[in-house]
Design a protein around this ligand. Sequence first.
Ligand SMILES: *Cc1c(COP(=O)(O)O)cnc(C)c1O
Length: 397
Amino acid sequence: MEFRDLKKQYQVLKADIDKAMVEVASSAHFIMGAPVKELEQQLADYVGVKHCLACANGTDALTLALKALGIGKGDAVFVPDFTFFSTAEVVSLEGATPVFVDIDPRTFNMDAKSLEEAVRCVLDQMTLRPKAIIAVDLFGLPANYDAIREIAKKEGLFVIEDGAQGFGGYVRKPKVDGNGYDIQRACSFGDIATTSFFPAKPLGCYGDGGAVFTNNDQWAALIDSYRVHGKGSYKYDNVRIGLNSRLDTLQAAILQVKLKAFKEYELTDVNKAADYYTQLINGMTKFIKKEIQITTPYIPRNYTSSWAQYTIKLSVPSGNGTFNREALQAKLKAKGVPSMVYYPTPMSKQTAFKEVHQYVLTPNAQQISDCVLSLPMHPYITREEIRFVAESLISSL
Ligand SMILES: *Cc1c(COP(=O)(O)O)cnc(C)c1O
């Protein structure tokens, strides 16, 4: 069994993907060929944002967002303490300072109360200027943007959405006239939003890729410049220091095929898979030792995840020992079930950030990183495979 079965996806989409790749090879327009612009338009339409700018990867996408907003030395950028390293790394790379914020232990996303406290602390100490928030749609679930926006507005901060894992997820909002719902998709919540097309992300390519989204014309123009060596009126007119960060035409052509499948059925199927996992695991917890508690993912009302990961929590609520996660993973592996720990270390505990001041305590991030476990998850997983994983998990406990 694969943790994320990209081979199976290729078998299903093979005819179209092979055709797309051969077309690019024949055209020999490997850099910024027509498929890139086409893909950008398709992504912008799907997400519901005016501009989409493709780039080399999700980390560069964040860097381009920070550059467009003019973030640098002396600026504080608030990031969740529980995320992939990139989210905080790019802040330091731009010379700004990441301020680690605690997470909501149910959604794993940035906690608004902790954010507010962190902003207060930075303002009180007067050494850094609070400038921006990078909220992450962790494991596919959009962050709590209503609460985050309110704080951003009050304090005059930019909101950057790190939608590397969130692409496709959405929030339903009741229509003003009371008839039905509008949906707002991930990558449209930030002033600038970013995503990654790393192969294992909800929408992945066959290598590295990423994109930046914004409704703001000026930021879009800046990002377009920064991604090609700070180009001015043309390629050899360089008006600022930038990056070489484009999406390959080959990747754009592959992504067009994958985006179609994502919209037509993958997002629906991965949600069905998640529902089945949750139903099975919750139905079986009565068979495990009383002192062990399994918590299936929590999706708030009106939210839909794109299930970059299906992540459970394992705890020993009454006992005094901690749960032996490695032993469980070894048992699962012996049964042929791969599992992963996303993420074992909060940002504030990373060696690379040991000199970075921690303004607020982040106990939830610490506790969650000790008890999470991600199970095999992708749109092509079968009900039999899900059942096998759930049964293996329960029998291992
Ligand atoms: C994967 C990921 C990134 C970085 O994307 P790359 O394409 O690997 O550079 C950034 N943030 C989060 C939350 C991610 O999961």
